[in-house]
Design a protein. Structure first.
Length: 234
């Protein structure tokens, strides 16, 4: 029995073929660690985004990583390859990690939303253009993110951009109000308190650096924020 069949059996009447329930939690396995989560996520239909995406893009990295990086959602290349942060923004992120002194650190990278949301525009041929996930889609996918964080239990979580921040800190989160400052990891959904004493740091998403008019200054700002995380891990 795959994860989809198991979810339908456990929660009859809640799962349609188009993921209209907007809730990924029935698809989560009860055991199996990160490998089990990854296998189950491949069958997730917790929201309609799975219909157009190539595949689920789950997190990647060490189950014992001291540092977790959380982005928004997979991009075009991530969707095609099935791995997070393998496109231009990912390459920039890893360069920033190296300059911040985190190049040798074991990391786990993931996204708040596990399927690529996109649109196509006239004149762009078959090019798929990123479209930000809605609050409803982000909320539907949150059980995967919280399960990853509980499993890895890192010392520091870095949220990259507004969507990742809202996934963990609520819809009122704004990057500019929180970036570069360590704070206690908030309680995860369903927990009376976090199960580990980690810290959280907010910064911009590397894709915003690529879009910046002053890319060098934006990159230096990202590196500066990541150095705060590096200091916390020393």
């Amino acid at each position: 029995m795959n994860a989809t069949d198991a979810a339908a059996k456990a929660h009859p009447g809640t799962q349609g073929s188009t993921g209209d329930a907007y809730d990924a939690s029935p698809y989560l396995p009860r055991r199996g660690g990160l490998p089990g989560l990854r296998r189950a996520a491949a069958d997730c239909q917790g929201c309609p985004l799975f219909e157009d995406a190539t595949q689920t893009v789950f997190g990647a990295g060490s189950a014992h990583a001291r540092l977790v990086l959380v982005g928004e959602q997979p991009g075009d290349q991530e969707d095609r390859q099935g791995e997070p942060f393998v496109g231009p923004a990912g390459r920039l992120l890893y360069r920033a990690l190296g300059e911040a002194g985190l190049g040798e650190e074991s990391v786990y990278v993931t996204n708040a939303v596990k399927h690529f949301k996109f649109t196509t525009a006239a004149g762009h041929g078959k090019r798929r253009i990123h479209k930000a996930p809605s609050l409803r889609e982000m909320t539907a996918c949150r059980p995967w993110l919280t399960a990853e964080l509980r499993t890895v239990a890192p010392e520091v979580v870095v949220v990259l951009g507004g969507t990742a921040g809202k996934a963990l800190l609520g819809n009122s989160f704004r990057v500019g109000e929180h970036r570069g400052v360590l704070r206690p990891m908030p309680a995860l959904e369903g927990d009376a308190a976090t199960r580990w004493h980690g810290q959280l740091l907010a910064t911009v998403h590397p894709s915003s650096v690529l879009r910046s008019d002053d890319r060098e200054a934006a990159f230096r700002g990202l590196v500066s924020d990541l150095r705060v995380a590096a200091d916390a891990l020393r």
